[in-house]
Design a protein. Sequence first.
Length: 224
Amino acid sequence: MSQKIMIVDDEPGIVAVMQSYFEQAGYQVTTAYNGKEALERLKQVPDIVLLDINMPDMDGLTVCENIRQHITCPILFLTARMEKADKIKGFSVGADDYIEKPFDLDELGARVAAHLRRENRRQEVTCLRFFGDMAIDYTKREITIGQKPIALSKKEFDIVELLSTYSGQIFDRERIYETVWGWESDGSSDTVMEHIRKIRAKFAQYTMHSYIETVWGVGYKWNG
């Protein structure tokens, strides 16, 4: 399956040129012309985002910060000019790289390919992780504690996968629900509480360690 690129820029001419280039290279391309459109189209789950900084209404820095609440794919800033302070700000809100306009399309294509290769390697490396006596195989979707298999439902494993992948990061119930069940699902974030209760009960049969920690008034985090 071809990899997906989302291009976000308020200049239609630039978007059209990049879209044509990457589609000819075999990528699936989604386009957006402002920050609001970009956030709406995250449902298509891009593998990489090319994001202009200087856009009206919602600038690229704000868009990047919002995108990072939902996806972890590489984000490359496109900018006509970027001072050192702007670069620091960009990296702090979640950008992975930047390229200055006007840019060479072949150089941009090489940057995109490099980031996607790096992302693929990262995913391969992290397909199996250990947390004390617990081992999580993300590829096989299996969990063991002290070599004893833990039987989790699909949604229970999805919650564990989300929290453990970002160990130490706090997720509120709404964000967990949106990520695991989807933005358009009918239901309540209270469902998350019940699933976490069941996960904890299953873990407690084999360990005293509390892997899912409640941060009162905020949400949950993985305590590996």
